[in-house]
Design a protein around this ligand. Structure first.
Ligand code: NAX
Length: 327
């Protein structure tokens, strides 16, 4: 019988987790042969609700689900974790500036980074979903000096999937026909969804759509999609975010298809002029449990300016959390 994988999930009683946990339990994360041990983390006020989620997981009688442990202590919750999904975060409430959000989340990701450093498995892979995701991941990474920095990533896969969906709809092709989509920068409205290298059934996407559609429709629609979902649903994206988190980890662990790539926010190695160590979204390929930033793309002047603007925002966020003493 294969060795079970321990998956820690924070924000276990939240709405993304409610979509995420049942798919993990069903085998969607690591395939139908890998048993899973879930460790769910919450704040004390939400532990009762988390007990309810754990009861429902039990009631699923999932053949692959070996155990479910719940805790409000990161030093227990991340113990032995091979995969850590940092979904819980302090939400932005009305009147809160972005700087307030950084300050509110700093202590959470400082503590969780330290706990991962101390008690997670040696091979731990970390995905931060909770916003501001890139900078929260930066804080966690900085507070985990013994874990290789490359293991700390943030989620732009939902943006990537949204971009694929928009292009697929535009050209009337199934999403499965779209390859080499790219999202650059921050998971925020400054992100740059870039279809310069995207293909539809192997054909360059730029030959199939008008450039005015790209600038006036595609890019703003992807950037504003989160807001559109909130307006329509009265709540932020949850099931689609959960699905994107599954995609991110599955591809990182099991590999990307030949000839395709995905978008992940990862610590920069200096590629594409992104300052080293900044957690920014890049096109990456994955194999053998590791990702590699796709080399040698040549962003045109417009793309360059868009990437630079998003990276400048990330630099500001990084400097703000360093000033606040979180990194
Ligand atoms: P919810 O408010 O439904 O759930 C969050 C849960 O996290 C709550 O139950 C809360 O008690 C818990 N939590 C807060 N602090 C915690 C801590 N220190 N340890 C453990 N648990 C803690 O939010 P949900 O809709 O699930 O969204 C979660 C996060 O994902 C938010 O920050 C949200 O902004 C972010 N998102 C990120 C996306 C991305 O693409 N990167 C897209 C979706 C989503 O907006």
């Amino acid at each position: 019988r294969p060795v079970p994988v321990t998956v820690a999930v924070t924000g276990g009683a939240g709405q993304i987790a409610y979509g995420l946990l049942f798919r993990i339990a069903s085998g969607a994360l690591l395939g139908p042969d890998t048993p899973v041990r879930l460790r769910l983390l919450e704040i004390p006020a939400a532990v009762a609700a988390l007990e309810g989620v754990a009861m429902e997981l039990e009631d699923g009688a999932f053949p692959l689900l070996e155990s479910v442990d719940i805790s409000d202590d990161p030093w227990l919750g991340f113990s032995g974790a091979n995969i850590a999904l940092l979904v819980g975060a302090r939400p932005r409430t009305s009147g809160m500036e972005r700087s307030d959000l950084l300050a509110a989340n700093g202590p959470i990701f400082t503590e969780q980074g330290a706990a991962i450093n101390a008690v997670a498995a040696d091979d731990v892979k970390v995905l931060v979903v909770g916003n501001p995701a890139n900078t929260n991941a930066f804080i966690a990474m900085t507070n985990a000096p013994d874990v290789p920095a490359a293991r700390f990533t943030a989620m732009t896969r939902l943006d990537h999937n949204r971009a694929i969906a928009q292009l697929a709809k535009k050209v009337g092709a199934p999403a499965a026909d779209i390859s080499r989509m790219t999202v650059w920068g921050n998971h925020s409205a400054t992100q740059y969804p870039d279809l310069a290298h995207a293909a539809v059934a192997g054909k360059p996407a730029v030959e199939l759509v008008e450039s005015s559609w790209v600038t006036e429709d595609f890019v703003p629609t992807v950037q504003q999609r989160g807001t559109a979902i909130i307006q329509a649903r009265g709540a932020s994206s949850a099931a689609s975010a959960a699905s994107a988190a599954i995609d991110h980890i599955r591809d990182w662990a099991l590999g990307t298809p030949q000839g395709d790539w995905v978008s992940m926010a990862v610590p920069s190695d200096g590629s594409y002029g992104v300052p080293e160590g900044l957690i920014s979204s890049f096109p990456v390929t994955c194999a053998n449990g590791e990702y590699t930033i796709v080399p040698g793309l040549d962003p045109d002047d417009n793309a360059r300016a868009r990437i630079d603007a998003s990276v400048a925002e990330l630099v500001q966020e990084r400097d703000a959390v360093i000033d606040l003493g979180f990194a």
